[in-house]
Design a protein around this ligand. Sequence first.
Ligand SMILES: [Zn+2]
Length: 161
Amino acid sequence: MKYQQNIMDNNIMDNEEVFWQPEEGTPYESFGAECESGWAKLYQPLIDYVNAYNKLHSPGSSIEIHQIKEKFGGLRFYWAADNVSTDTIDEFRKMVEDAEAQSWTVCEECGSEEEVGTLHIGWFYTRCRECARKIVEGIGEDGKWKIGGKIYTMDKDGNIK
Ligand SMILES: [Zn+2]
């Protein structure tokens, strides 16, 4: 029985997930985690879980990581399971959902959990205030920074109003 977690999340914006060809290998095999290392503490336990599971059960039963990436400012972890019990699928799905939900409060760049918001400046970046400031400074125009449900304008000095 093949279980694929990410069907509902597929859409036109997510074309690399829709269009990768199984014979080419997964994006995860090709590129590793496609996000900054601040989120490693969120996705590494998931990778460890998959590796431990597969070491014990593969080839008869396995979990496959398809892609780890940032999308619209949040962590996405795409995976599929082959011949895996419903209990294990439910447990792992919960872990993935928790990590994805937590990513909104962890700076993708440095891993800080202090003053983390989502910067919108051409693209979305979930960053702490200092890492957001660096992006605003690099781009050279004010950005919108959403934190705690409020949207501020951030200038290159990190001032928000
Ligand atoms: Zn940061």
